[in-house]
Design a protein around this ligand. Structure first.
Ligand SMILES: Cc1cc2nc3c(=O)[nH]c(=O)nc-3n(C[C@H](O)[C@H](O)[C@H](O)COP(=O)(O)OP(=O)(O)OC[C@H]3O[C@@H](n4cnc5c(N)ncnc54)[C@H](O)[C@@H]3O)c2cc1C
Length: 266
């Protein structure tokens, strides 16, 4: 089911199309919900990559209290005991929910869940699906369920990153304004330069990074240094060859500013 994001009709909005988002939407059904996913469902979710299994006290020799005690022992003081308790006590029902939703867990010839003994667990309690493709199999089933549930509206592919933003700005107002893109690293700068921005804002870079950035830009865009610049460091920043310097430090620290402005068009 597809819909316009401006026409929500009061329904809850779920942001994210990984296991958490998909399960939330399915749990709420048949209440109408809108699920937003940055990419096509499953495409960039960590969930699809999860290779290991899911732990739950499902064996006949096991119980949640044993799972909890193994978990707290392995956590060695780092676990929030209450959160761990809630999770391990809910784990068996979560596996059953997933199986009911169509996840094909690995099973014994007799049809029981195949339970693995792994890591710090003292009982066989790790469930896999499709071997080490557990996340992929769970996502396959949940995406299919979400797509076939009429009360779940999905809007996917809602962001295309910097490229899409620049193209959109350029096609709507590009003739009126210059397009400035902020980067924090030289790797980001390299990516952004391929999109031919008018101005690049080099944020929080060291003097050495600024020097490298100016060399990388090589006159293809206006460069602006910003972040961490103070009147004391401004001369060194200027010596890197950047075109513009923003010194927010002045406005944060001075109670009154009297500034003579030179206007320049870029
Ligand atoms: C290689 C790998 C192996 C792993 N192995 C295991 C394992 O064996 N066992 C285990 O329990 N866990 C494992 N994990 C961790 C597990 O995959 C994650 O904890 C879990 O999948 C998180 O699910 P999620 O739904 O919260 O996030 P995700 O699956 O990452 O989904 C997040 C969703 O939000 C969307 N999104 C992000 N930003 C925005 C935005 N601004 N607007 C709209 N949508 C947005 C993304 O597109 C994505 O759809 C592993 C993770 C990785 C990467």
């Amino acid at each position: 089911m597809s819909m316009d994001v401006l026409d929500l009709g009061g329904r809850p909005v779920i942001v994210g199309g990984g296991i958490a988002g998909l399960m939330t939407a399915l749990h709420l059904a048949p209440e109408p919900v809108l699920l937003l996913s940055r990419s096509p469902l499953g495409a960039d979710a960590s969930s699809t990559w999860a290779q290991g299994g899911l732990a739950a006290s499902l064996g006949e020799d096991d119980e949640p209290a044993l799972h909890l005690s193994d978990t707290l022992a392995a956590g060695d003081g780092l676990c929030d005991a209450q959160a761990a308790r809630r999770i391990v006590y809910a784990a068996a029902a979560a596996i059953e929910d997933l199986a009911r939703l169509g996840v094909r867990f690995d099973r014994t010839p007799a049809g029981a869940l195949r339970l693995g003994l792994e890591a710090a667990h003292g009982r066989r309690r790790i469930v896999h699906a499709d071997g080490d493709g557990s996340g992929r199999e769970i996502m396959r089933a949940l995406v299919a369920d979400v797509r076939s549930t009429p009360t779940i509206a999905v809007i996917e592919g809602i962001a295309g990153g910097v490229r899409a933003a620049i193209e959109r700005a350029r096609s709507s107002v590009g003739h009126l304004v210059k397009i400035e893109v902020e980067v924090d690293t030289l790797a980001q700068l390299e990516e952004v330069l391929a999109l031919a921005p008018d101005v690049v804002l080099l944020d929080n870079m060291s003097i050495d990074e600024l020097r490298q950035a100016v060399a990388m830009v090589a006159g293809r865009a206006i460069t602006e240094a910003s972040g961490r610049v103070t009147p004391a460091t401004a001369p060194a920043v200027a010596a890197t060859g950047v075109d513009l310097i923003s010194i927010g430090w002045l406005t944060h620290s001075a109670p009154i500013l009297d500034i003579g402005l030179d206007y320049s068009e870029f």
